[in-house]
Ligand binder design. Structure first.
Ligand code: NAP
Length: 307
């Protein structure tokens, strides 16, 4: 019998999974509008013009329109003050139609993330940046997850990759991707190692991994010779090199060794936006029904789903 590796690696594409998720979201949004008589809306708050993230945010807003979710873009100038940011958030949160809010990051110098965190309603924090949601995740409770981390694990689950009991090495420890992805893999009962820029002999550690999730923002950094034969590779990186989008994994060498790999573009990216829309619908329904979204409540936290 031909092994997976001999036959070439399986490409884990986020596009088809994202399309299926969007179809479900569109039906959920139609049902929501029928039941509650208004269109749930996603708001994006941008402070200062930052070209790459603006492109990403516009994609999210376009995605909302396709599934019937309302979209609102609030733009503040780069010299906005802390009060301008918190006031903009408060104004959005006074509108019951605004079910979810995303704040563009990185924020300009002079606007600490704390300003956002102090004002943002955790129930509208559909990209899981609020410490309440981060805390719920790390304790094993349900809450709003950072969408990219969620997508990087969901692509494995939806592709039928076995996670429980496997050794997963997460390269990168950012609050938005590496750390939450590691927590999610732990929740899926993987044995997890988190690596970062100070990790000694990173290749040796990566070589012990059954599953590698790479989110470091360094183009083509993880090469095939660092991988165990048959490893599953999730490349979260998005880098532009000479006008071409490449991941953090050197695809051409990794495909010779991996049993499955997410391409860049076309892997985690397309799934991230679809996942974000599911979070928005969950937030809208929770708000409209007065229920607690996924246990994301500071006082009434339900029993953990997993240890
Ligand atoms: P980040 O905040 O810059 O964090 C990078 C992490 O990588 C840090 O923990 C850093 O370690 C670690 N790192 C950097 N160089 C390293 C090295 N040589 N060896 C080991 N670890 C190293 O980046 P991020 O926001 O997590 O984003 C990571 C990547 O994901 C970027 O390419 C970004 O464009 C991409 N991204 C993708 C999506 C998507 O939908 N697919 C969405 C958002 C972002 P230290 O903590 O020690 O500094």
């Amino acid at each position: 019998m031909t092994s997976l590796v001999e036959a070439g690696p399986r490409l884990l594409r986020g596009g088809p999974i994202g399309t299926a998720i969007r179809e479900t979201v569109a039906a959920d949004v139609a049902a929501f509008r029928e039941e509650f008589g208004f269109q749930p809306t996603l708001a994006v708050l941008v402070v200062g013009a930052d070209a790459p993230s603006l492109v990403y945010l516009h994609k999210i807003l376009d995605g909302c329109r396709l599934v019937g979710i309302g979209d609102r873009l609030v733009e503040l100038p780069a010299d906005a003050k802390e009060d301008d940011v918190s006031n903009a958030l408060r104004t959005l949160q006074a509108d019951p139609k605004i079910a979810g809010i995303i704040v563009q990051q990185p924020l300009p110098r002079g606007i600490p993330l704390r300003v956002v965190i102090d004002t943002l309603d955790p129930m509208r924090d559909i990209d899981g940046i609020h410490p309440l949601n981060a805390g719920l995740l790390s304790l094993g409770y349900a809450g709003f997850l950072p969408a990219t981390a969620h997508a990087s694990v969901e692509i494995l689950k939806q592709s039928g990759i076995e996670i429980a009991g496997k050794h997963c090495v997460v390269v990168g420890r950012s609050n938005v991707i590496g750390k939450p992805a590691a927590m999610l893999m732990l929740r899926e009962n993987a044995t997890v190692t988190i690596c970062h820029s100070k990790t000694e002999d990173l290749p040796a550690i990566i070589r012990t991994a059954d599953i590698v999730i790479v989110a470091i923002g360094k183009p083509n950094f993880v090469t095939g010779d660092m991988l165990k034969r048959g490893a599953v590779v999730v490349d979260v990186g998005i880098n532009v090199v000479e006008g071409k989008v490449v991941g953090d994994v050197h695809f051409d060498s990794a495909v010779r060794v991996a049993s499955a790999i997410t391409p860049v573009p076309g892997g985690v990216g397309p799934l991230t936006n679809a996942i974000l829309l599911t979070h928005l619908v969950q937030a809208a329904r929770a708000k409209a029904t007065g229920s607690i979204p996924l246990g994301a409540h500071p006082l009434e936290v339900p029993a953990p789903e997993a240890k």
